[in-house]
Write a protein that binds this ligand. Structure first.
Ligand code: FES
Length: 182
């Protein structure tokens, strides 16, 4: 009788041990699948990221800017400042295009009509309408870019051709070709 009870106890222990063994096996199996799912998920994410590369979509370096008659003599047009970071200026003798990049540390100046000057908000540099620096830490005039007429008579601005100004010399004298005579 006692031996039968002991056998029952042994069987119960074995059953319990078996059930623990299976649950451990299940646990490791689950861990394995989770690992595979993680690896596949990471690979999928990497693939999706690869399909959408981190590219800066910059505006084109060459763009058309309407007709010369769209610009009034004596006015600084801020129409392309935000999109292209340039001002288009028409004078009696022609049109020129100034890069809206301060020659001190590269901030974007603003055109102040009642002062007839460009003022940089960062450290206070000031520039006349032709780009000449007259106050503040900017060491030289604002740079200009090439402007010409295309076959249809529209203004063609090419920012890949920059007239880099030297200090102390009138921008018109340094680069007469920066002015489109019309
Ligand atoms: S960046 Fe314009 S004054 Fe310093």
């Amino acid at each position: 009788m006692a031996s039968s009870a002991s056998q029952t106890t042994k069987r119960a222990r074995k059953k319990k041990a078996d059930s623990m063994l299976w649950s451990r096996r299940d646990f490791f199996s689950f861990g394995g699948w989770a690992g595979i799912a993680f690896v596949l998920g990471s690979a999928l994410l990497a693939f999706v990221r690869f399909m959408f590369p981190r590219v800066l979509f910059e505006p084109p370096m060459v763009f058309t800017a309407g007709s010369p008659s769209d610009y009034l003599i004596g006015e600084v047009s801020t129409k392309y400042k935000k999109e292209q970071r340039v001002w288009i200026i028409r004078r009696e003798d022609g049109i020129y295009v100034i890069l809206a990049i301060c020659t001190h540390l590269g901030c974007t100046p603003n055109w102040i009509p009642n002062k007839q000057a460009f003022k940089c908000p960062c450290h206070g540099s000031g520039f006349y309408m032709d780009g000449t620096n007259y106050e503040g830490p900017a060491p030289r005039p604002l740079d200009r870019v090439k402007v010409s007429l295309n076959a249809e008579g529209k203004l063609l601005v090419d920012k890949s051709i920059v007239y880099t100004m030297r200090p102390g010399i009138d921008p018109d004298e340094q680069y007469p070709e920066s002015i489109l005579r019309i």
